[in-house]
Design a protein around this ligand. Structure first.
Ligand code: NAP
Ligand code: MG
Length: 403
């Protein structure tokens, strides 16, 4: 028996809910623990423990991520009225992802996992397109209201010295609507920094899109902050890495994305990112093949799957029936975190192990062995549908063989 790989710094482990909590345990048992002397600092973000700790556990897990630098998170239930009743919760707790994102002030990058036989709906796409959404401000924290005929809507900005600046938005002759939205230079700057450094991490070009021809001041500000940061801090490193930064109008970006081969990072404003990330996830095949990583401007990383807790499969599991749930996105969250930990601690075997697990998982799918959701979309001729355990066992077998 080969010796297990040892770790230096612990990973921050954020456990979660329902079917993904089951997948979490099985991934650890089957694919990681036999090979790695795993060190983690464990936080149970399951809904009952969040309720018990009045959500302190979520805050503590985010603080731990700041301390250690790398976290891996399981999907969690976001409480809503129905969940409050289902679990008898004390409160409708905030989404853990929103809490963690606010504490780390991070940017979320989503990237599809490419496997043989799972072809994107856009035939030209040969490489993953990673999308970054600026998850702060704009219409998501806007003030809006209905306006009745005969009203005048104005923007009033009161300066620190009390002086007022007034800009007329519209003299309404009929009924209508009005909205005031904002962003901050600090948040845009953090977003830009996360995008530039993640593009360097991935070794891919960075695209940024906005609409500064129409929105000259608002979107123009985004464009300026990106451009200045690029010139002052990243240009030399980008050139050395052989990658480029490219700004274009959002409608031009959409046209180029469709005609591209993929293989770049696309930074989007909040609303664009909300919409385009769903479009890309669908076009790349499956939400179960989409990973997500939160990167803070200081370089802290939190890896997770983009999908939720898959309750339908969980109820089946509770009835004792095997499910054919796809663990790929959660598995790649683990490998992403382990590879990053290895990189930061200078443990090359740990990073190499993580990459080998990914390779074995992709080869398993490429050889026609996959979960039901993938079998439905795979173009391979001979397919074998596996349940969750069989699929993970096959990956572990290949990792052990050193294939
Ligand atoms: P979901 O858990 O992603 O599941 C929706 C459907 O997508 C499933 O029923 C399943 O379809 C399919 N699916 C998703 N992941 C799959 C996988 N790995 N393997 C196979 N099929 C998969 O979304 P939801 O039902 O809207 O949300 C459930 C809970 O998750 C909610 O409480 C929500 O708050 C939470 N959530 C958490 C996160 C997060 O923590 N990041 C993100 C999103 C949602 P079939 O039923 O057709 O097989
Ligand atoms: Mg969306």
């Amino acid at each position: 028996m080969k010796e297990k790989i040892t770790m230096k710094t612990p990973l921050v482990e954020m456990d979660g809910d329902e079917m993904t909590r089951i997948i979490w345990q099985k991934i650890k048992e089957t694919v990681i623990l036999p090979f790695v002397d795993l060190r983690t600092e464990y936080y149970d973000l399951g809904i009952m423990n969040r309720d018990r700790t009045e959500d302190r556990v979520t805050v503590e897990s985010a603080e731990a991520t700041k301390k250690y630098g790398v976290a891996v998170k399981c999907a969690t239930i976001t409480a809503n009225a129905q969940r409050v009743e289902e679990f008898g919760l004390h409160k409708m707790w905030k989404s853990p992802n929103a809490t963690i994102r606010a504490i780390l002030d991070g940017t979320v990058f989503r990237a599809p996992i490419f496997a043989k036989g799972i072809t994107p709906l856009v035939p030209g796409w040969k490489k993953p397109i990673t999308i970054a959404r600026h998850a702060y401000g704009d219409i998501y924290s806007a003030a809006d209201t209905r306006v009745s005929a005969g009203s005048r809507a104005e923007l009033v900005i009161t300066g620190p010295d009390g002086t007022e600046k007034r800009i007329t938005v519209k003299e309404f002759s009929g009924d209508g609507i009005v909205m005031g939205m904002h962003n901050t230079d600090a948040s845009i700057g953090n977003f830009a920094r996360a995008c530039f450094s993640y593009a360097l991490d991935l070794g891919v070009d960075l695209w940024f899109s906005a609409k500064d021809t129409i929105s000259k001041v608002y979107d123009g500000n985004f464009r300026r902050i990106f451009q200045e940061m690029y010139e002052n801090e990243y240009k030399a490193r980008f050139e050395k890495a052989g990658i480029s930064y490219f700004y274009t109008l959002v409608d031009d970006a959409v046209a180029r994305v469709m005609k591209s081969e993929g293989g770049f990072l696309w930074a989007c404003k909040n609303y664009d990112g909300d919409v385009f990330s769903d479009m890309l996830a669908t076009a790349f095949g499956s939400l179960a093949m989409m990973t997500s990583v939160l990167v803070s401007p200081e370089g802290y990383y939190e890896f997770e799957a983009a999908h939720g807790t898959i309750p339908r499969h969980y109820h089946k599991y509770l009835r004792g029936e095997p499910t054919s749930t796809n663990p790929m996105a959660t598995l790649f969250a683990w490998t992403g975190a382990l590879a990053k930990r290895g990189e930061l601690d200078g443990i090359t075997e740990l990073t190499a192990f993580a990459r080998r697990v990914e390779k074995c998982a992709l080869e398993t799918i490429g050889d026609g062995m996959m979960t039901g959701d993938l079998a439905l979309i795979s173009t391979l001729e001979n397919k074998k549908v596996m349940n969750l355990d069989e699929f993970l066992n096959e990956i572990a077998r290949r990792v052990a063989e050193g294939k």
